[in-house]
Write a protein that binds this ligand. Sequence first.
Ligand code: PNS
Length: 161
Amino acid sequence: MRTAICPGSFDPVTYGHIDIIQRAAKIFDKVIVGVLVNVEKKPWFTIEERTDFLRKTVGGLENVEIAGFDGLLVDFAAKHQADVIVKGLRAVSDFEYEFQMALTNSKLNRQIETVFLTTSAENMYLSSSIVKQVGLLGGDIAPFVPECVRDEILTRIAKMR
Ligand code: PNS
């Protein structure tokens, strides 16, 4: 059985993440979505909220599990008997950082491979921070995030005002 980890901050989950998780779930027997607990950049949403959004959006896929993690990603993967890390690659700009992380992870644990899925064309530009920025500036975020996530972003923005 082949288990893969889809790691991220998911602050919050976007259609870009959902696309990668759905596609990974078709390739691997089991996919564990690893939600980073202590996000360096101050997150908008708590680990419980970020996990809850993922449960609502991809929790219905029968071979997908969602779990929080802290510390090294390779340790989280090993703990779950996963030997693949799946990342979405958007533009060339993602490449250097992702390459650095993949090489570091490979040095830390040779058993774990990083696999990149190219993002679908319609999600090329998408990131959680862009979605939050568009929302803060009053733009329509419906094309970027599911309705339940959009509602929570808008509630958060309303509280900031
Ligand atoms: O969604 P993000 O913020 O781009 O996800 C980044 C993530 C969670 C994949 C990355 O920060 C990570 O793997 N953190 C765990 C710490 C770790 O293992 N560091 C060493 C490898 S670079």
